[in-house]
Design a protein. Structure first.
Length: 264
């Protein structure tokens, strides 16, 4: 008879095969110390999941005294980019705090807010932070909707292993101070896009998450607060062809993880 870990691994492999394309999965059990990986070291275009490392950098720099969350910046028309979010629809001259930008970047995946944070923090500093955390694949190399940078070979990248391990360390209050880690999770728990990891979990299950999508990739990462303890999950997909199929795969993997490791 297969044990729970083997059943979970095989179940994830079956779902990934049904989804097609390339599916990278990393699961971490904070309380039990278990880990499970499928193609977890492969590099994927990060889409908006790179906004979690951006939030980590912001909170770290606040702790280091470079900024305060109450610090204000002014929205300019030149800052506005298309895609998800609301700032591109609002008037120039609007004042926002850095905490406002953080909430917008994560909870509604606002690309303009994210780019304003990137201008403030710089990709170089974000990547230096990631390197200091032992992350070698996940990188922020350009702003959102910066197609000129993409044509020059600069893009944003991530691996499932590194993102799941980052979530594990945030939940363990180990990336920055415990209070800063709690702030990161508090922002992620207010996520408005809940159609992937959270969709098939039991109602009212707390999840701190961040999804991301571009034309070739569909992702979600998050901490699931299951009865048996927190579970960090990263599911990255590319070249699936149909985003609804990729989303369905993410939902079913999350439900499988919850039932195998979250309730036992």
């Amino acid at each position: 008879m297969m044990d729970l870990d083997t059943k979970l691994a095989r179940g994830i492999e079956e779902i990934a095969a049904e989804v097609g394309g390339v599916v990278g999965v990393a699961v971490r059990d904070l309380r039990g110390g278990r880990a499970l990986d499928l193609r977890a070291d492969e590099r994927f275009p990060s889409a908006s999941v790179i906004k979690v490392p951006l939030l980590v950098e912001l909170l770290a720099r606040v702790e280091e005294g470079d900024f305060t969350l109450e610090q204000r910046v002014t929205l300019r028309d030149a800052d506005k980019v298309p895609g998800s979010g609301v700032l591109s629809m609002l008037h120039e001259g609007l004042e926002l705090t850095l905490e406002d930008l953080a909430h917008l970047a994560i909870t509604v995946s606002d690309n303009t807010a994210s780019n304003m944070l990137i201008d403030l923090l710089s990709p170089e500093r974000v990547n230096a932070r990631l390197a200091s955390l032992g992350m070698e694949t996940t990188r922020l190399e350009r702003k959102f909707y910066d197609f000129e940078a993409r044509e020059k070979g600069r893009d944003n990248w991530a691996s499932a292993r590194e993102l799941a391990d980052l979530l594990l360390r945030i939940e363990g209050r180990q990336v920055v101070s415990p209070s800063a880690c709690e702030k990161i999770l508090a922002v992620m728990r207010k996520q408005q896009f809940t159609g992937r990891i959270a969709r098939l979990l039991p109602p009212e299950t707390p999840v701190a998450s961040k999804s991301g999508s571009i034309s070739t990739a569909c992702h979600d990462i998050g901490v699931i607060y299951a009865p048996a303890g927190p579970l960090a999950l990263a599911v990255l997909t590319r070249d699936v062809g149909d985003e609804s199929v990729a989303e369905g795969g993410i939902r079913h993997i999350a439900r499988l993880v919850y039932h195998h490791w979250g309730t036992a």
